[in-house]
Ligand binder design. Structure first.
Ligand SMILES: Cc1cc2nc3c(=O)[nH]c(=O)nc-3n(C[C@H](O)[C@H](O)[C@H](O)COP(=O)(O)O)c2cc1C
Length: 362
């Protein structure tokens, strides 16, 4: 299977291989979402509402896909979103995603819930990963943890704020599947957290705690899970270097807007005072181009990373990123836009809906 995925020529082949590789309950855990999954569907379908406005005769000879994020050079503006449970999906887990990010040339968000020790992830990648924190206990817990994060050379700290409780995911409930349980002792970063005795709850996180964490670290802080322009502004005021627009891939709450729909309002509110990252529903390079045109500085892949890892390990994740790059390049040439940084809202048109199941000729 690994070999097939390494040579995949379409993203769809990676997803198909993952469905074959994964036990059904793990497949459901990855692709499922909160409730009846309208947020998952909306994240994805929001991309269909935008199409391209092409300009012609621009004689573009080369296109530039690279960008920089908090001081790190990324070959494409696509990073690997935090997934704390990669070890359930592939024996190499977070190590493999870190290795893939290093080999391809992007950054990897290492989840605090990971069963892989953070030192291993730093050793596996080439660049500096970003540390994703769920605030599970008070300062006595997070301060020493952040000292290790800084000492090991992580580039930035990402605080996920959209999990006051874990979402009710119908598929997992039906399958009696819970990725993180109180008796799970394989999570090296969590063992000292009192909040670990009830892994479904976060520990009293509010704007003051966020400010305390920003003040306590010298790393730039990314606030992940922002869905409202007012909260984006509060995050900037709290000292965030980046606002990360995310609804957890639709895993937390049903009936939320797509992240692509709320992205432009947040970009307008932030007005360049912080980077704006986003994820949710990105499956192809063409989606990346749309999100950048609507103002994102870089975007993350969650489910597609998980599926590429499950079916192909580190080489599968590298292949996914290469396919994204091919699609981004092709789209930029077609649009007559010479670099990802030059994309703006003028590259897009709102589209009428089409019925993809209707044949073009009867
Ligand atoms: C299996 C799985 C586990 C996840 N675990 C975490 C996590 O530990 N921390 C976190 O901040 N987000 C987590 N997420 C959310 C992702 O970081 C990301 O926001 C989301 O998957 C993006 O949407 P997409 O899956 O449509 O690309 C997880 C997502 C998946 C699919």
């Amino acid at each position: 299977m690994t070999n097939d995925v390494e040579n995949a020529v379409l993203v769809e082949q990676i997803a198909t291989a993952a469905k074959e590789a994964l036990e059904p309950k793990l497949w459901d855990y990855v692709v499922g979402g909160a409730g009846r999954e309208s947020t998952v569907a909306r994240n994805r379908q929001a991309f269909d509402a935008w199409g391209f406005r092409r300009r012609v005769l621009r004689n573009i000879q080369t296109v530039e896909t690279s960008t920089s994020l908090l001081g790190e050079e990324l070959a494409i503006p696509v990073f690997l979103s935090p997934i704390g449970s990669l070890e359930l999906l592939h024996r190499e887990g977070a190590r493999a995603s870190a290795q893939a990010a290093g080999q391809y040339g992007t950054t990897f968000f290492y989840g605090v819930n990971s069963a892989t020790p953070m030192q291993d992830v730093v050793d596996a990648g080439r660049g500096q990963p970003i540390f994703q924190l769920y605030v599970r206990d008070g300062r006595d817990w997070w301060q020493p943890l952040l000292e290790s994060v800084e000492r090991l050379g992580f580039r930035a700290l990402c605080i996920t704020v959209d999990v006051p409780v874990i979402g009710r995911r119908d598929r997992d409930i039906r399958n009696h599947f819970f990725a993180l349980t109180a008796s799970d002792t394989r999570r090296p970063n969590l063992s000292a957290a009192a909040g670990f005795s009830d892994p479904s709850r976060l520990h009293g996180l509010d704007w003051d705690v966020l400010k305390d964490i920003v003040a306590a670290t010298r790393l730039p802080v990314i606030v992940k899970g922002i869905q409202d322009p007012a909260d984006a502004l509060l995050a900037v005021e709290a000292g965030a270097a980046a606002v990360y627009v995310s609804n957890h891939g639709g895993r937390q709450l049903d009936d939320e807007p797509a992240t692509l729909e709320i992205l432009p309002g947040i970009v307008d509110a932030v007005q360049g005072r912080a980077k704006v990252l986003m994820d949710g529903g990105i499956t192809h390079g063409i989606d990346v181009v749309k999100a950048l045109a609507l103002g994102a500085d870089a975007v993350g892949v969650g489910k597609m990373q998980a599926l590429a890892l499950a079916s192909g390990g580190a080489p599968g994740v590298v292949r996914l990123l290469q396919l994204f790059e091919e699609e981004i390049r092709n789209t930029l040439y077609q649009l007559g836009v010479a670099s990802v940084g030059a994309l703006g809202r003028d590259a897009l048109h709102p589209l009428s809906r089409i019925d993809r199941d209707r044949p073009w000729i009867a």
